[in-house]
Design a protein around this ligand. Structure first.
Ligand SMILES: Nc1ncnc2c1ncn2[C@@H]1O[C@H](COP(=O)(O)OP(=O)(O)OP(=O)(O)O)[C@@H](O)[C@H]1O
Length: 237
């Protein structure tokens, strides 16, 4: 079996006194796309934020590319090649698309795809058309794609992608699915947080369902389809 890029065991997280994550286990292998599925408030963003060192109160363990990352500073975790695309599209609105990409540039990393603006413009053709436009003058979907492209400029070995389809028009959702599938063909390893089961299954190899801060299912989409009660109970379908 391919090596695990990320191995999370018994992750617990708190915001103040509120206990949010309960013994979360998560494994991602190189080249795999895993959908972390759950409704609003299930704990998807908190899982990502915990792994990125953005939640101060966490216990358990998380091994990324062989290094223990839980509780380490965010810049160290990002520097090891863990990419994070948060839900709230953090682009630089005064910089052009080209300039936003250059801000994300990091040296190449062994064993993972090496991204350049030219390759990314092939992957996101609509960004290529806008390369001299300021980031602030783009639609939400275009900004989302720019955030993903900028993260790839860091040559990450794993990308945590928080709800990429959220709030996008149907036509843009299709473009997003195409771009993510193209990333997958290039060998990017991804965890995709999603509420949208239909969108997730277009891209992902495996589904992990979280609800109430606990993992409720982990398996293939065929296994999930064979147990309709699981989606009905834990997802808004
Ligand atoms: N900064 C915070 N302080 C206190 N509670 C929080 C904070 N952020 C999130 N929560 C709570 O933690 C729980 C998990 O939220 P989280 O954002 O991880 O869910 P999610 O699955 O990502 O859903 P969403 O789609 O709404 O982002 C929710 O009950 C939420 O209200």
């Amino acid at each position: 079996m391919t090596e695990a890029v990320l191995e999370v065991r018994g992750l617990n997280a708190w915001y103040g006194r509120a206990h949010i994550l309960f013994d979360v286990d998560l494994t991602v292998r190189r080249g795999e796309v895993v959908a972390l599925l759950g409704r609003n408030g299930a704990g998807k963003t908190t899982t990502f934020a915990s792994l990125m060192g953005l939640v101060p109160s966490v216990t358990g363990s998380a091994t990324f590319d062989g290094a223990a990352i839980l509780g380490r500073p965010t810049h160290e975790i990002a520097g090891r090649g863990l990419g994070y695309v948060p839900e709230d599209r953090r682009i630089f609105t005064d910089l052009t698309v080209d300039e936003n990409l250059m801000v994300g540039e990091r040296p190449p990393r062994d064993g993972v795809p090496h991204w350049t603006p030219a390759i990314l413009y092939d992957l996101f053709p609509n960004l290529a058309e806008l390369r001299r436009r300021p980031g602030g003058h783009m639609s939400g979907g275009e900004q989302q794609m720019l955030t993903i492209a900028r993260t790839l400029m860091g040559n990450p070995s794993l990308v945590l992608l928080d709800e990429p389809s959220e709030g996008l028009a149907p036509r843009i959702v299709e473009q997003m699915a195409n771009a993510l599938n193209a990333m997958k063909r290039e060998g990017v390893t991804l965890i995709l947080s999603e509420q949208n089961l239909h969108f997730s299954r277009l891209i992902s190899d495996r589904a992990t369902i979280i609800e109430g801060g606990r993992i409720r299912f982990d398996g293939t989409f065929a296994e999930l389809d064979a147990q309709p009660a699981i989606s009905a109970t834990y997802l808004a379908v």
